[in-house]
Structures are given as C-alpha cells and as structure tokens.
Design a protein around this ligand. Structure first.
Ligand code: SR1
Ligand code: MG
Length: 402
C-alpha cells in the first residue's frame, strides 16, 4: 500500500529490491528540488561511486501542499517515458533501475557528476555541445513517435496510454490561461504590474495564445516530454541528459522545442542580474541567443534526416508536404516558446534564473525583456522567415534594454 517514504523506508526498499546488499551501510539524503515530487540520493557508505536516485510522487504538488492534490499516476508516465526515450535515443536519459506503480517510486541513475542546466546557466557556464545533444533528443523522440514513422494502430495505442489529463490540465492552466487574466494564483513583480495589465487586455496576443492552446489540446502529433525546461536537463561540457518526463503526453512536437527555446531566452534576460561586467554579460547573452539559434538548426537537421531516411507514412511523401510540416513545426516552436516565456514572468511557477535576482528593480528589467520577447515570439511566429530573423529580433530587444 502507498505511503510517503522516509529515509529508513528508502534504505529498506532498495535493499529488498536487490539494488544494494542487505548489510551495506547507506547514506540516504533528501534532495527534493522540483515542484512536484520528493527525491532522495542513496549512496553506499563503503563505495561512494555507487549511488542511485529514488523519486517518489506525493498525492499532491510538493511545493504547494495538500491544497493542490494530484494522483500518483505521474510516476508511471515518467517511468514509462524514460524507458521509451532510452530506446528511441540511447544515452539521452537516466536509466530506470526499478519502478513501483503502487508506491509511485522510480529508482534511476544518479547523475551527480552533472549539473542542472538552469544552475549552470545562472553561473555563466557554456555548453557548446548542448544544441547537438538536445536537437538529437527532440528529433528522435518526436519523429519516431509520430505518424510519420509509427504504425497507425500502435501509435493510437500509445496516444491512449499517454492520456495524462491531470498534468496536461496544470499546463493548460498555468501556461495557456492564467497569465492572460487577473488570476489570484498569478505571481509577478509589483514593479511590472502595468505591463502585466497590458497583457490581460491585449486581445491580439490572447487570440494567438488561444490558437496555440487549441494546438496543445488537440494536436496529438508526437509523444512530447511536456516540461522540457532547463530544470529538466542535466549537463556536463560533453554530455546532456533529459529527465523528469512526468508531463509526457501526445501533443504538438513544437511544445518541447519551444520549452528549450523559452528557457534560453529566460536565462538571457536574467543575466542583467548575474553578470556585472557589461562586456562579459553581453558576450554571454550573445552566446545564449546563438544557442537558441543552434538548437533549432540542430533539431531541424536531425528531424529532416530522419524524414529522408525513415519516413513510413505514404501520403507524407507527397512533394511539398515536408516543407509544410517543417514550417508549421517552426511556427509552433516559436509560439510555444513565447507562451512558456510569459508564464514564467506572470504565472504561478517562476524560474530561478530571474527569481534569484534579489534587487527587484534589476529583476524587473529582465522580466520586461522576457515579456517583450514572449510577445514577439507569439505574434511573429508565422511571419519570420527563419530562426536567424527571430534571433535578430531577440538580440535587438535585449541589447536595447540591457
Ligand atoms: C505547480 S507545478 C508548476 C510547474 O512545475 C512543473 O515543472 C511544470 O513546469 C509546472 O507547470
Ligand atoms: Mg519537473
């Protein structure tokens, strides 16, 4: 029967499941960091290189408490998605060692040699291989779970398996709805209240967000990770691992690409509060915008190669269809990037990149840049010719306001 585990239970469970020896001394440390779940790192006292991560879902959202209940099902979506992603793009996610649906527990690789990407970007680190790695992860997981490649019956069975209503509802509310009206759950810096109010009355913008929301609600294009921000990615200089796919469901492929792009924008806007030296700051902001550009380019290249080599769907071979598909994927990616940028400034759940800036006046400058970028991403998603043009728009916003 389900019960939230404490350190003793964790140690007992891992020994019982044969992941450690019965007489092994274990160091169990709670390291919960994300919004939803409890996470423990378990290390063998006698061999510090032997460690695993145990993650357990609670029957509510951890950072909010019991006032925001949530079923335990999310652990199942996460475990199954990690196993599938490992098959589709080997080496891109932590390995699952054990999964117990009743206890909502997943035991997986400990990536303590890696750094959470969000933290790395706050520290000003550069990850030159990241666009290649994340581009490949997204291309393989999104192409190989789409109708372009899968048998139509198997694809629909997978769509059914990944009906994830509760976590989708969180996204529908927090990303696509609440930031666009005076929702009591919204949080924002009081210094930007005027611009937030403008957002609520901007009908042109709200209309475009409504269209993007419809895509999220109805477009069962690929099995998406569903929450691919920089807090769901571990990095080193030479490797990238994606984790935390509990929001996975069949949705628009551009939702994942957009999440990565948005979080690079958010990091860029936050640098005003992290790097004091203006030359160094501008250099790092340019690095982030170049990374934004490269992520799309690498993703598009891998997705296009998969299309040329492994396309299975007959009608998709029709001349012109690939160009149509890629153009829509591009515009979706920019649009979702815009929504995911705005929600972190106005909505319930923010990002540490900006929230860790103590000086509220400095922070507000970064937040206003992010709001402006978010709007441009949404409104210009169908008119920009390519990623370079979008990057130029972002560059001019951040350079003008920095
Ligand atoms: C209340 S949960 C808020 C956010 O945390 C997750 O990481 C998702 O981004 C979700 O929207
Ligand atoms: Mg998460």
């Amino acid at each position: 029967m389900y019960k939230p585990l404490d350190e003793f239970d964790v140690s007992h469970l891992l020994k019982e499941k044969g992941l450690f020896l019965k007489d092994e001394q274990l160091i169990v440390k709670e390291i919960s960091d994300g919004n939803l779940n409890v996470v423990f790192r378990v290390t063998s006292e006698s061999d510090k290189n032997k460690s695993v991560i145990l993650k357990q879902a609670l029957p509510y959202v951890r950072v909010i408490g019991e006032s925001m209940p949530l079923t335990l099902e999310r652990a199942g979506f996460e475990a199954e998605a990690l196993i599938l992603q490992a098959r589709l793009c080997p080496g891109s996610v932590p390995r699952v060692h054990y999964y117990d649906p009743e206890m909502a527990v997943i035991v997986m690789d400990d990536l303590s040699g890696y750094m959470l990407m969000r933290k790395g970007l706050i520290q000003g680190n550069k990850y030159p291989l990241f666009p290649r790695h994340i581009g490949k992860f997204m291309a393989y997981t999104l192409f190989l779970t789409s109708d372009l490649y899968m048998d139509p019956i198997e694809k629909k069975l997978l769509v059914k398996k990944y009906i994830n209503p509760e976590l989708c509802k969180i996204t529908e509310d927090l990303v696509f709805t609440e930031p666009y009206y005076n929702c009591p759950r919204n949080r924002y810096n009081p210094l930007i209240v005027e611009q937030v109010k403008l957002l609520w009355s901007d009908n042109a913008l709200r209309l475009e967000v409504a269209k993007l929301k419809e895509g999220f609600l109805t477009h069962a294009q690929s099995l998406v990770h569903g929450d691919l921000h920089t807090g769901s990615i571990f990095v080193t200089e030479s490797d990238t691992r994606v984790f935390d796919p509990e929001f996975s469901f069949y949705g628009p492929a551009g939702f994942d690409v957009g999440a990565v792009l948005a979080n690079l924008c958010l990091s860029c806007c936050s640098q005003i509060g992290h790097i004091n030296n203006e030359t160094l700051r501008k250099d790092y902001m340019i690095y982030l915008i170049n990374t934004f550009m490269k992520v799309w380019i690498c993703f598009q290249e891998d997705f296009s190669n998969l299309w040329d080599e492994r396309l299975a769907e007959f009608m998709s071979r029709t001349p012109g269809y690939k160009e149509y598909y890629m153009a829509r994927l591009f515009s979706d990616s920019l649009g979702y990037a815009g929504c995911k940028t705005i929600r972190r400034i106005v909505g319930l759940a923010h990002v540490a990149d900006l929230d860790s800036i103590e000086d509220v006046s400095v922070r507000s400058k970064g937040e206003l840049m992010a709001l402006q970028i978010g709007k441009e991403l949404i409104l210009k998603r169908n008119s920009v010719k390519n990623i370079m043009e979008m990057s130029d728009i972002i560059t001019s916003i951040v350079m003008k306001n920095d």
